[in-house]
Design a protein around this ligand. Structure first.
Ligand code: NAI
Ligand code: MG
Length: 355
């Protein structure tokens, strides 16, 4: 029995979560494993119900589960609230509360969706299947920052600080992930210039010694951003810092097409992971059975892989998505000529049937 905190949220959140749960139910019966869903209100719906983006007792409840599956939160209805009462506050509280330091974002280009990549056919023909492992709670975004007057003019500064233990733990996540993939880690830094990157490189090389089966190479971030568009097929796992990962993971997700296809996992101490699609609540299409549920379904697959060590079940879901695409089923966001246009519910149902 696995306890999962389920947070549907707002807009299309509940619609895509519903389909992900149907997929998990199917996995449950196929693989003989039970899931216990604890439903939690967070975001705009919690503001409407309780006056806060997420209640403290609900946050505690989340911490008692093994994993969290989240739809998305927010929407125009709550846009004019003060900062500390906005729906996004729920996300920050969840990420902070679960201490999730590793953000994993797969960027997979499905054969059937090759035309939706902005890259040339000859480049994408070799396939794209990248996992970006980004450090999430350290580095430049969390280092000392400020403004002051120096020599009579205003200066501002941010500081990149990484400790050995921070680098070690994120490196381990990347190497463990690579074990289950094509066994290659590319660590991205700026070690020709930055001292923090030189430490990053040293520590990653040291951690690599515990993973003799994994190939490690180092790449400067400026080169990595070029290589991503020049020859993305060379990458398996990209391991990088908070700021470089922010930029590179957006670049990686763009080269594979629709936002409705992209999943993510944020992992922390122990096994409490937070799994969510990278898209938001899509108020423009909410409640119309138009949302693509694949990003959330693939996030559930990541949950099985990383929180429950159920690689076979994760693969079964990913494969079921591939079959649905191969058979020509498309939600509106990924629709191209001569395909079969389906809604949220039907897409979910077809994926379930393919498991
Ligand atoms: P968005 O990701 O919700 O939508 C951007 C565009 O992509 C829209 O045209 C939408 O229809 C489309 N889209 C998104 N997901 C889709 C799916 N599964 N299937 C088909 N089409 C999809 O981003 P936007 O519009 O900037 O934000 C809308 C609301 O969502 C805002 O309130 C924002 O704060 C919130 N948001 C929440 C996030 C979260 O909970 N993690 C992340 C991003 C935004
Ligand atoms: Mg970003």
């Amino acid at each position: 029995m696995h306890r999962i905190a389920v947070i549907p949220g707002d807009g299309i959140g509940p619609e895509v979560i519903e389909q992900a749960l149907l997929v998990l139910d199917k996995i449950s019966s196929k693989f003989g494993i039970k899931f216990d869903y604890i439903f939690i209100d967070a975001g705009g719906c919690a503001i409407d119900k309780y006056g806060v983006p997420i209640r403290d007792e609900d946050l505690e409840l989340v911490k008692k589960c093994e994993a969290t599956l989240l739809g998305a939160v927010g929407g125009p209805k709550w846009d004019n609230l003060p900062g500390n009462l906005r729906p996004e506050q729920a996300l920050l509280k969840l990420r902070g509360g679960l201490k999730v330091y590793a953000n994993l974002r797969p960027a997979v280009l499905y054969d059937e969706l090759k035309d939706s990549s902005p890259l040339k056919r000859e480049i994408v023909s070799k396939g794209i299947d990248i996992l970006v492992v980004r450090e999430l709670i350290g580095g430049m975004y969390f280092g000392p920052k400020g403004r002051e007057i120096r020599n009579g003019e205003e200066v501002a500064y941010d500081t990149e600080i990484y400790s050995v233990s921070e680098i070690e733990r994120i490196a381990k996540v990347a190497f463990e992930a690579a074990k289950k993939r094509r066994k290659k880690v590319t660590s991205v830094d700026k070690a020709n210039i930055l001292e923090s990157s030189r430490l990053w490189r040293e520590v990653v090389s040291r951690v690599a010694k515990d993973y003799p089966d994994i190939e490690l190479n180092h790449m400067y971030v400026d080169n990595a951003s070029m290589q991503l568009v020049k020859d993305p097929s060379q990458f398996d796992v990209i391991l990088t810092s908070n700021m470089f990962g922010d930029i590179l993971s957006d670049e990686a997700s763009m080269i594979v097409g629709s936002i409705g296809m992209l999943a993510s996992a944020s992992l922390g101490e122990g096994s409490i992971g937070l799994y969510e699609p990278i898209h938001g609540t899509a108020p423009d299409i909410a409640g119309q059975d138009l949302a693509n549920p694949v990003a959330t379904i693939l996030s559930a697959a990541m949950m099985l892989r990383y929180s429950f060590n159920m690689e076979d079940a994760a693969k079964a879901i990913e494969n079921a998505v591939k079959i649905a695409l191969k058979e020509g089923y498309r939600t509106r966001d990924i629709y191209t000529e001569n395909c079969k246009l389906v809604g949220t519910k039907q897409m979910g149902k077809i994926i379930c049937e393919n498991i």
